[in-house]
Write a protein that binds this ligand. Structure first.
Ligand code: PLP
Length: 379
């Protein structure tokens, strides 16, 4: 029997990527700018919403770093961040010498909890420091509670940086994720919903901010014939080669989202009959998730003592990758000294949660291997 590795989420090429990359070679646009970069930015803009402006960058992490700079975050400022996320959401706060304030998740979306958020804002203000920005994350493609979070950010006038690295193609009330925040960011790393092999984008509401983002991401060179600099610059622009891959990937994005959603449906069906397992689903029809990763929570007390770690090992035995949910930032050695507001929702999710193989390229044979592991484990 074929026992090749089944990945959690692996690159899935559509077929036209090489055409764009070849064009870049043929025209010698092998640089961090060029027609593919402009083309990819336009594709993204068209896909998200004609009103926004998009800058293609070298990574999602670079986009968060630039985003915080554009929001005026400086050393000594406080920045609020969803605790349950990938460390790349929070690391740029540290690059800037600012202080992260971590917020728990809510049970419905697993994302930033509106109650804990407001409590934190009120308390930080009472201590004399108003948070400079809020980083909210659409984990696994599930939009955070945009309506409630927006009410709070409006009430206190604090801008939100929307980490949409995992949520390209997700939407809330028919508006695409990445376009809700003052700044939005996307990632095209190898295992994301589309990939440029490595890359990211920053999404902004106006042209001036985009120009500033591009300026900073290309070493902040003043408009003089010699190299003159009045700002600290960064080398964060996307290469024209990577952008070529991105243009090809945009042609299959919606199809790949449908395949991810089918994969999610496969698990929803399966776990209907299994006691003690809950799968992350959209709380109501306002939410539309790309279901980048399908994720479950196992309650060992209701599942005959079975734990998520038992299931992870059962998959590993069959050469199938699965992964615990993101370990919350306030539990990480590097971040544990920083303030945290919440009620252990994220901690409990982390203890009992597992991400399942969710690629848009899984074959029927691979789905059967996954199902067999689940059958042996639960039945
Ligand atoms: C992947 C990811 C990032 C970082 O994106 P890169 O392109 O890998 O730098 C940031 N936030 C979240 C939630 C992510 O999943």
């Amino acid at each position: 029997m074929n026992n090749s590795k089944i990945w959690l989420s692996s690159p899935h090429m559509g077929g036209t990527e090489e055409k764009y990359v070849k064009e870049a070679f043929d025209t010698n646009w092998v640089a961090p700018l060029g027609p593919n970069v402009n083309g990819f930015e336009n594709d993204l803009k068209e896909y998200l919403n004609e009103e926004v402006h998009v800058g293609a960058l070298s990574s999602g992490t670079a986009a968060i770093h630039l985003g915080l700079i554009l929001l005026g975050v400086q050393a000594g400022d406080e920045v609020i961040c969803q605790s349950m996320t990938f460390s790349a959401s929070a690391n740029p706060i540290m690059y800037l010498g600012a202080t992260p304030i971590f917020i728990d998740s809510e049970p419905d979306t697993w994302n930033i909890c509106p109650n804990a958020l407001e409590k934190a804002i009120v308390e930080r203000i009472s201590k004399g420091k108003k948070p400079k920005a809020i980083i909210g994350v659409h984990l696994y493609g599930m939009p955070y509670n945009i309506e409630e979070i927006n009410k709070i950010t409006n009430k206190y006038s604090i801008p939100i940086l929307e980490d949409s690295a995992e949520a390209l193609g997700s939407s809330y009330k028919n508006q695409k994720c990445g376009t809700f925040g003052e700044i939005g960011i996307l990632s095209f790393n190898g295992n994301k919903i589309i990939t440029t092999s490595g890359g990211g984008a920053i999404v902004m509401k106006n042209k001036e901010v985009k120009d500033q983002a591009v300026f900073l991401s290309t070493q902040a060179r003043d408009n003089t014939p010699h190299y003159q600099h009045s700002h600290v610059g960064y080398n964060y622009r996307m290469s024209n080669i990577c952008a070529g891959i991105g243009r090809g990937q945009m042609e299959v994005l919606d199809e790949h989202i449908q395949l991810r959603r089918n994969m999610h449906e496969f698990y929803v069906d399966y776990f209907k009959e299994i006691e003690g397992v809950n799968i992350l689903i959209e709380p109501n029809s306002d939410y539309f998730s790309n279901h980048w990763l399908s994720a479950i929570v196992i309650d060992p007390q209701k599942a005959n003592g079975k734990t998520r770690e038992d299931l992870r090992l059962a998959f590993e035995n069959e050469n199938i990758e699965s992964r615990p949910l993101w370990k919350p930032m306030h539990l990480q050695p590097i971040f544990q000294e920083f303030p945290y507001y919440g009620n252990k929702v994220a901690e409990t999710l982390f203890e009992n949660g597992l991400c399942l193989p969710s690629g848009s390229n899984l074959t029927d044979e691979e789905k059967n291997r996954i199902k067999e592991v689940l059958n042996n484990f639960f039945k």
